[in-house]
Design a protein around this ligand. Sequence first.
Ligand code: ADP
Length: 254
Amino acid sequence: MSLLRVEGLGKSYNPETKVLKDIHFEVGTGEFVSIIGPSGAGKSTLLRCINRMVDFNEGQIIFDNQHVGNLTKKKLRKLRTNIAMIFQHYNLVPRLTVIENVLHGRFGYKTTLQGVLGRYSEEEKEFAFSLLEKLGIAEHAYKRCDQLSGGQQQRVGICRALIQEPALVLCDEPIASLDPNSSRIIMDYLKSISSEMGITCLVNLHQVEVAQNYSDRIVGLRNGEVVFNGRSDLLTQEQIQNIYGLKSKDLITA
Ligand code: ADP
């Protein structure tokens, strides 16, 4: 069953350039889908249209049978509890503790006053600890986030996403700032979110090989257009070449 449907999506930041052009694709419940493509292809813009961090100009995004483009402010807030996001630079509050950052993920469920006062229930705190344990960082719960390594901070980012109890997690270059070992750990956790918890993951990735190893399906973007959409094991060298606009000789060193 499709959780997310993107139909004829178009986006321009200014009248001269269209960043996304007639994008169509679907993501099924529990699927792990990667979006690959060169820098500037529109990957990040595409993810940000899905939770309306940026508004789009054309087409439809249908998430869980709701038209994302038409939502009122209140419904948009509700949608954003259901769609979590993980960022390249983690987007944590550095001077706050790990546990406080994780609990921030509950913000969308609070009244503004509860949120500002940082009021969280015992259940929410237990939930936060259980997630930190799952991600292997419970021992750091009371450390400030800026004392953690990049890989550990990204695990906090994952906990903050999961505490939202989302149906979909959007991951915008989640490993672009990490070393290979931390990258593998983060990708393994993301994979288990979809395979064990049934949460759908849509992940922007720079690294084709990583996308091939972890994804059920890959969407290839080039210059704002979908030029590949298929099972990751069906992505050929020619298609990679086409997505990245490379010549055969470049591919060897790419
Ligand atoms: P990718 O994630 O594939 O690198 P982006 O979505 O970040 O691509 O960018 C696609 C294009 O949109 C780029 O040309 C970029 O310069 C432009 N762009 C991205 N964000 C903005 C913005 N806020 N204002 C204007 N142009 C933007």
